[in-house]
Ligand binder design. Structure first.
Ligand SMILES: *[C@@H]1O[C@H](CO)[C@@H](O)[C@H](O)[C@H]1NC(C)=O
Ligand SMILES: *[C@@H]1O[C@H](CO)[C@@H](O)[C@H](O)[C@H]1NC(C)=O
Ligand SMILES: *[C@@H]1O[C@H](CO)[C@@H](O)[C@H](O)[C@H]1NC(C)=O
Ligand SMILES: *[C@@H]1O[C@H](CO)[C@@H](O)[C@H](O)[C@H]1NC(C)=O
Ligand SMILES: *[C@@H]1O[C@H](CO)[C@@H](O)[C@H](O)[C@H]1NC(C)=O
Ligand SMILES: *[C@@H]1O[C@H](CO)[C@@H](O)[C@H](O)[C@H]1NC(C)=O
Length: 391
């Protein structure tokens, strides 16, 4: 099928005609097509948009998109789409209309919310006809397949939450060219392949990225992740290649939460991480981090939760960290730390088990700690990587 048209109303109309033609051949449109606007039979639309006609070209296009979508649904256990019939799409469950941004006299579909619907099906290509949509929330359904490329026409799409579905395939590359996208939540799907550098780029400039619990591979380098302007980055349970680069400090102005839990990353923790003064939550647990915990982590004055548990870190837990004014939850368990200042005992929630702290409860065995001490010392390269064979 030909690609759907661009966002201008003229091209949208021609695409609509094209789609209507196709659709008439399918049993998908059992309802009569919408009356031309304005319709004298139109009843009261939602209060905020009382004065707007419930019929126009954009709602006609939305009608085609939503009918195609309804026909791509195999199971709908909560009957959320049972009322998706009849021409006035603004009354459909989970469909939200508002005055168009570019024309306050026109009602258009601005949001779709089918969260927790447990709906099984896929997203048809016609969904791109919802060209004014700003929010799509499909959290906790059973949609499968890929995101149709026609979604690249959603130039106003601001929040896309498709978490906890069965979507698969590579990262939908068109997402990186959506000019309004700020909140991207892909977690708990079956996406795979490389997460493109552009996800972290300033051109896309996401505010929040949740990509955890897919099958993505991510390659960290000074040119990717650390360009991000997001406040929240969650890549947990994902394969990360590369090292934590010193440029991680470049995200100082924006980063509030960084979750790299269980990513198999093998790296040192570069001292530049201390520049992240807005960071409130840092979770680097269950990786292959080695070397010492930098003293500069004590500069991260907003830090509330720090988890570096279950790595290969050694040395002493820096006192500067335990003096952080907002720190309320510190996990250093499962490393090879050999000391912890008494000031750490004041942190409300603290887990320091399974280390090598002498005379301290719940530590590793003496044998394990001695064996660790006999390993060659870890050196950290300027790129943040572990240098295995220093000359
Ligand atoms: C939308 O729903 C309201 C309330 O159920 C109803 O009164 C109105 O007729 C519907 N509007 C249209 C255009 O179908
Ligand atoms: C959905 O509709 C079907 C058929 O009308 C009905 O049997 C079922 O009980 C409905 N389910 C819910 C959750 O309303
Ligand atoms: C990240 O920033 C560097 C330097 O400004 C630039 O060369 C690179 O292309 C950027 N990468 C992305 C993915 O935006
Ligand atoms: C992704 O990671 C897996 C597991 O480490 C690896 O087997 C695979 O080769 C990687 N794929 C790419 C494209 O890097
Ligand atoms: C860790 O991440 C891998 C994928 O990289 C996943 O298969 C595994 O289940 C995760 N482990 C836990 C405990 O969640
Ligand atoms: C403290 O942090 C750990 C690890 O990040 C987490 O599992 C735990 O739930 C947190 N505890 C509290 C009370 O916030």
């Amino acid at each position: 099928m030909a690609p759907l048209s661009g966002p201008t109303s003229k091209t949208r109309k021609s695409a609509l005609r094209h789609v209507l033609l196709l659709c008439l051949l399918l049993p998908c449109i059992s309802q009569p097509l919408p009356a031309p606007s304005p319709s004298p039979t139109a009843a009261a639309p939602p209060a905020a948009t009382l004065h707007l006609s419930p019929f126009n070209d954009r709602l006609d296009a939305a009608y085609v998109a939503l009918q195609a979508w309804k026909h791509a649904i195999i199971e709908d256990p909560k009957n959320l789409t049972a009322d998706w019939c009849g021409p006035f799409v603004c009354n459909y469950t989970g469909v939200f209309c508002t005055a168009a941004l570019d024309d306050p006299h026109i009602l258009t579909v601005a949001g779709i919310d089918l969260n927790h619907g447990r709906i099984a099906g896929f997203l048809p290509d016609h969904i791109g006809l919802l060209a004014d949509v700003a929010l799509i929330h499909l959290n906790s359904n059973r949609f499968h397949g890929t995101l149709p490329p026609s979604m690249q026409h959603m130039r106003l799409l601001y929040e896309l939450d498709i978490s906890n579905n069965l979507f698969s395939g590579g990262f939908p590359s068109f997402l990186t060219s959506l000019p309004s996208l700020k909140y991207l939540d892909l977690r708990f799907n079956k996406f795979d392949g490389e997460l493109p550098d552009a996800v972290f780029g300033r051109q896309l400039s996401l505010d929040a990225l949740f990509a955890n619990n897919n099958r993505f591979n991510v390659t960290l380098s000074s040119k990717s992740l650390t360009n991000s302007t997001a406040s929240v980055i969650v890549l947990a349970n994902t394969e990360l290649a590369g090292c934590l680069p010193p440029s991680i400090g470049d995200m100082a102005d924006t980063l509030v939460e960084l979750i790299l839990l269980n990513t198999s990353i093998s790296s040192c923790i570069p001292p530049e991480i201390g520049k992240l003064k807005k960071l409130r939550v840092l979770d680097l647990s269950r990786n292959e981090l080695a070397g010492e915990l930098p003293e500069s982590v004590g500069d991260m004055e907003s830090l509330e939760v720090l988890n570096v548990g279950y790595n290969q870190l050694s040395g002493v837990v820096p006192e500067s960290i335990c003096l952080l004014p907002k720190l309320k939850n510190l996990t250093v368990a499962g490393n090879y730390f050999c000391g912890e200042p008494v000031s750490c005992l004041h942190i409300p929630v603290r887990d320091d088990r399974m280390n090598c702290i002498p005379e301290w409860p719940h530590q590793r065995t003496h044998e394990e700690c001695i064996a660790f001490e006999h390993r060659p010392p870890v050196h950290c390269g300027a790129d943040g990587c572990i240098v295995h064979h220093p000359l």
